[in-house]
Design a protein around this ligand. Structure first.
Ligand SMILES: Nc1ncnc2c1ncn2[C@@H]1O[C@H](COP(=O)(O)OP(=O)(O)O)[C@@H](O)[C@H]1O
Ligand SMILES: [Mg+2]
Length: 240
């Protein structure tokens, strides 16, 4: 999928947070957004997915050339867009497997149940997710790191064409960062998945091949560059 973001302005509760972002992600490309807290990274991520608490006041988001700003969240998901939440919600009473299976049914109705089960089994193992978690309520009482891994499990089942990953590495221990990075890489290779990855840390990027780095500040992308920009941020911070 090709995603194009054109002069995007996004507000929450009448406050403008994203103030004119331009970004283009081609099939299979890995783009990284870094930037200080409160710069609007999560708001941008949620706006691409169509989060109902946000309104796009100007600009456009195109998926394979077609505007999706008026497309509902579930229809964006069916197009192949996936959002991994920075702070995944806990839903007591909603079984993780029921949730995964319902999502699989809506997005990949042609996927056989046994293939779904083996995908869950494989990915649970690859991600070192404790088996007992799969039998519990969605994220309920899970640790921060466990929640992040469950998001990755969802991605593995749903096989999106474009994954927006909002700090997939935060709250993970060193080994888990590597595991998660490898999982993302594998899906990227297998499915030509495009990625928009938001992170504060260069560690996860050591295991990946980020092609495009963007620094977001005060609601806009202040600087674009290649891998070198990561080192620049590591040494100088965001004073660009
Ligand atoms: N639903 C909301 N209502 C009001 N303000 C919000 C809302 N969501 C985010 N904000 C504000 O927008 C700014 C950017 O937030 P966010 O997009 O989460 O930044 P980042 O992910 O870069 O840290 C923050 O000041 C935050 O408090
Ligand atoms: Mg954020």
């Amino acid at each position: 999928m090709k995603l194009e973001i054109k002069d995007l302005h996004v507000s929450a509760e009448d406050k403008e947070i994203v103030k004119g972002v331009n970004l283009s992600i081609n099939e299979g490309e890995l783009h990284v957004i870094m930037g200080p807290n409160g710069s609007g990274k999560t708001t941008l991520a949620k706006a691409i997915m169509g989060h109902p608490e946000l309104s796009v006041t100007k600009g456009d988001i195109l998926a394979d050339g077609k505007s999706i700003v008026n497309t509902k969240v579930n229809d964006r998901a069916k197009l192949g867009i996936f959002l991994q939440f920075q702070n995944p919600v806990e839903v007591e009473g909603l079984g993780l497997m029921n949730f995964l299976n319902a999502a699989r049914g809506s997005i990949h109705s042609d996927m056989q149940f046994k293939d779904f089960m083996s995908e869950v089994k494989n990915s649970t193992k690859k991600l070192s997710i404790k088996e007992e978690l799969v039998g519990r309520s969605l994220n309920f009482g899970f640790s921060g790191g466990e929640k992040k891994k469950i998001e990755m499990l969802q991605m593995a089942v749903l096989k999106p064409k474009l994954a927006i990953l909002d700090e997939p590495d935060s709250g993970l221990d060193i080994d888990a960062v590597k595991t998660v990075a490898e999982n993302i890489n594998e899906l990227r290779q297998k499915n030509k998945m495009g990625i928009l990855l938001i992170t504060h840390y260069s560690r996860i990027l050591n295991y990946m091949e980020p092609q495009f780095i963007h620094i977001m500040k005060d609601g806009v992308i202040k600087k674009d560059g290649g891998k070198d920009l990561i080192n620049e941020v590591e040494t100088k911070g965001y004073k660009l």
